[in-house]
Design a protein around this ligand. Structure first.
Ligand SMILES: [Zn+2]
Ligand SMILES: [Zn+2]
Ligand SMILES: [Zn+2]
Ligand SMILES: [Zn+2]
Ligand SMILES: [Zn+2]
Length: 263
């Protein structure tokens, strides 16, 4: 997507997104181990006619008004070289799965390991973007157009980073949970992006220094750490705003171009 010209008006202010949802999602992102495991497609939905991963997409295929037996579990045969195996009847012994549909089920890929490379602020959930597009479709519930999905990248050294292009509506809400960029660049489409590391902390430890907290649900060891954290967040916000203002003016892009020409 091209940058807006320097004199174009600022993007319209989006409607206020649900702050409680964002607070919860930030906490999950910072505290929980979301990305170390991989997924695989382990189910097939007869209604949607597609294979999916129950972790990423399970709750998108409830289909309760269809009797709840539209999902076929697909295991891997341990003795048969990991071939997909699934029952001949729908769950609960409902209906025999007709042969052409069984062939469709069998034709899907259930063995590839899939990285969890996205995070949905709406659901507070990590998922594999290639397997599930439902999370992208959450605008309208207080969430601006474009949805609430963050692209997640694992940097060398295992550091989890969020990819930010500088124009996302959620950026101002994430200063408290995402650090300064560990990488800025342009992707193969010429799109500017930066990688912002997730500022992790452990439940029961001070969010800022990692020390013990006196009592839960406090997230700081002391008022001092609390104040310093807010000051640091505010400084990070100013740096992000300055960076993204330079981005909108085209200055950053020029710098990146010069760097790539001179290197
Ligand atoms: Zn999954
Ligand atoms: Zn889904
Ligand atoms: Zn479905
Ligand atoms: Zn979602
Ligand atoms: Zn502390």
């Amino acid at each position: 997507m091209p940058f807006p010209p320097p004199d174009s008006p600022a993007a319209p202010v989006p409607p206020s997104p649900p702050l409680g949802m964002l607070r919860m999602a930030r906490r999950i992102l910072q505290v929980e181990d979301l990305f170390s495991e991989t997924c695989r497609r382990d189910c097939y939905c007869l209604k949607c006619q597609r294979a999916f991963c129950s972790h990423c997409c399970g709750f998108h295929h409830g289909h309760t008004n269809w009797g709840g037996d539209m999902v076929v579990r697909v295991g891997l045969d341990a003795g048969g070289g990991g071939q997909p195996v699934f029952p001949t009847h729908t769950a609960g012994g409902g209906h025999r799965i007709p042969r052409p549909i069984a062939e469709e089920i069998a034709a899907e890929d259930y063995t590839s390991r899939l990285a969890r490379d996205a995070f949905c602020l709406h659901c507070g959930r990590a998922f594999c973007a290639a397997v599930c597009d439902h999370h992208h479709d959450r605008s309208g519930e207080g969430i601006p157009a474009g949805g609430a999905v963050l692209r997640v990248v694992e940097e060398r050294g295992g550091r989890i980073c969020v990819r930010c292009e500088g124009t996302e509506w959620w950026a101002p809400h994430m200063d408290v949970a995402l650090g300064d960029p560990v990488h800025v660049g342009e992707d193969e489409r010429g799109q500017y992006y930066e990688l912002l590391p997730v500022l992790r902390f452990e439940r029961g430890s001070c969010l800022r220094c990692g020390g013990a907290v006196p009592r839960l649900p406090s997230t700081f060891c002391s008022d001092l750490c609390n104040q310093a954290h807010h000051r640091e967040t505010e400084e990070r916000r100013r740096r992000r705003e300055a960076r993204h203002a330079a981005l909108a003016s085209g200055a950053v892009r020029q710098q990146l171009r010069q760097l790539s020409i001179s290197s």
